[in-house]
Design a protein around this ligand. Structure first.
Ligand code: ASP
Length: 450
């Protein structure tokens, strides 16, 4: 069986929902479907999730929120009318959202997640109703009754292992199962959501739990492209990519799939197929554990801004036992995660994310490095980006770093640092943010010359 997840743009209006249901009906193996909340119908439109956040914030701020409530309900009722579904469904959805509003008891985080989840939950009811209407046996899956449990860790939820068995039990159903994405429950039965775009994670969990032959992730592009299509005209499409390559590119800014969405599929070795709801004829991109074909040295190039680097040096550092440990302990004391740590003989650079290292933390860290570790020099560099070239074929190819460095130098771009992980499937260049996009373009033209 196949598990299909449809993103917000695939469900933005009645017409899109018709396309989604045609895709479901076109293949009898598509037995489980995960839906996002209706997304944007046009560029400046607002996603239902954002309308729900506005509603939640209005209530939290003490307003009655009736204007915001109307905006949400009318998005659903418009779709229900256009699909000629029973008007009772609009009432069911309006009541559901009103009940969520009424549940506010001062716990903001819980309330925000409860409201955000209303988008996918009601969209799943709607899609199931439309499939029934056109003669397909489909049921909406209630995630609380099913036991879709998450850790009780607001903002960082993870799926609990028992969830997989609970979902597997749904296997006995003959109907097409319509799951809402993006949220689950803690053991108290309270709603928690994944981070934005998290329906991708739900889809992957369901595919793993139901032991699907494939996880189809339906979105609005024909392929994952080897570079951000806003930076390069007609970029090279990726037909096949490994989980590891995708993970690296997602880290550096590829946004087609949520960063955490691969893990459940990887655990059960389920291929992920990115497809286009607006062009179902296209084969899309296959994300697999091992590739069978390579159509170039690189698979993709990505750039991400928002990094900060702490540079420190101390004479004879390399001989001082436990030095790096003490540096990292200072960061750990302040709950600062780090991403990379390129080093020299007597110097160390620590690459962190801007949001984790504000100026207060910077001051404390620098004082402690000077006073406790007696470093000779320490300074902080902000506005740094990471530009990454990724390719499983790279480790067997001579001269990739030389070509990449040459391309950057010909464009007059200075490299702040280079990191190559042990996996040898990627090389990262630290580049000043102002040159991030130029660096991506320069590298693309070097490795994809036609
Ligand atoms: N609707 C949620 C969002 O807009 C989750 C998702 O679409 O995956 O982020």
């Amino acid at each position: 069986m196949k598990v299909c997840k449809f993103g917000g743009s695939s469900l933005a209006d009645a017409n899109q929902i018709r396309k989604v249901c045609e895709i479901i009906l076109a293949d009898p193996q598509r037995r489980a479907v995960v839906v996002s909340a209706p997304g944007k119908r046009y560029n400046r439109d607002t996603k239902v999730t954002d309308l729900l956040i506005a509603l939640a914030n209005a209530i939290i701020s003490g307003y009655d929120g009736s204007r915001e409530l109307d905006a949400v309900v009318s998005r659903f009722s418009l779709i229900i009318d256009d699909l000629h579904l029973d008007e009772g469904l609009t009432e069911t959805i309006a009541n559901d959202i009103q009940n969520r509003v009424n549940s506010y008891d001062g716990n903001r985080n819980l309330f925000l997640d409860t409201m955000k989840a209303a988008g996918e939950d009601n969209c799943a009811k709607l899609v199931a109703a439309y499939l029934n209407e056109i003669g397909e046996d489909a049921i909406y899956v209630n995630l609380l009754e099913t036991g879709f449990y998450l850790t009780n860790d607001y903002g960082h939820v993870k799926v609990l292992p028992e969830t997989y068995d609970n979902i597997y039990r749904l296997n006995k159903h003959n109907e097409v199962l319509i799951f809402p994405g993006f949220f689950g429950f803690n053991k108290k039965g309270e709603i928690l959501t994944f981070s934005r775009g998290g329906s991708d994670i739900t889809g992957s969990i369901i595919a793993a739990a139901l032991r699907a032959s494939i996880y189809e992730n339906w979105t609005d592009v024909d392929n994952v492209y080897s570079v951000n299509p806003n930076l390069v005209k007609d970029p090279h499409p990726i037909k096949e990519i490994t989980y590891d390559e995708m993970r690296e590119l997602a880290y550096a800014g590829f946004t087609v799939l949520h960063e955490e969405a691969l893990e459940p599929a990887v655990r059960r070795n389920i291929p992920v197929n990115i497809r286009n709801t607006n062009n179902p004829e296209a084969d899309g991109t296959q994300i697999v554990s091992k590739r069978t074909n390579y159509d170039g040295i690189l698979t993709g190039i990505a750039g991400k801004k928002g990094f900060v680097v702490l540079h420190l040096s101390k004479y004879l550092m390399n001989g001082e036992v436990g030095f790096a440990l003490k540096v990292l302990q200072i960061l750990a004391d302040l709950h600062i995660p780090f991403d990379h740590m390129p080093s020299g003989i007597d110097s160390l650079s620590i690459v962190m994310r801007e949001e984790d290292f504000n100026s207060d933390k910077e001051k404390i860290v620098i004082d402690r490095l000077k006073n406790e570790l007696k470093v000779d020099e320490v300074h902080v560099q902000r506005n740094v980006s990471i530009v990454m070239i990724v390719g499983a074929a790279m480790s067997q190819t001579v001269g990739v770093t030389s070509r990449a460095c040459g391309a950057l130098s010909h464009s007059g771009i200075n490299i702040e640092f280079i990191v190559q992980g042990a996996s040898e499937i990627s090389i990262m260049f630290g580049i000043k943010e102002a040159f991030c996009n130029y660096a991506v373009q320069a590298l693309y033209h070097e490795f994809y010359p036609f």
